[in-house]
Design a protein. Structure first.
Length: 72
């Protein structure tokens, strides 16, 4: 009787090829991106926040500094 865990090279190549084809087609088969657009009302790229682009190199203005100081 043949051991069930043994696989031939041909069988391995078949599984590998099928997996590669599925991985290449998966983004087009996925339903998650359209569902995200329906829920949020925007494309996924619009929801991305660039953390390096939201900083002010000059710091807060004098009015903003005064408002923060007055808040404490």
């Amino acid at each position: 009787m043949k051991n069930g865990s043994q696989i031939s090279r041909r069988g391995f190549a078949k599984i590998l090829g099928t997996s590669a084809a599925f991985a290449a087609l998966r983004p087009s088969l996925s339903m998650s991106a359209p569902a995200l657009r329906l829920v949020s009302g925007a494309s996924p790229a619009a929801a991305v926040v660039r953390l390096s682009s939201n900083e002010n190199p000059y710091g807060p203005s004098l009015l903003a500094t005064k408002a923060m100081t007055d808040a404490f």
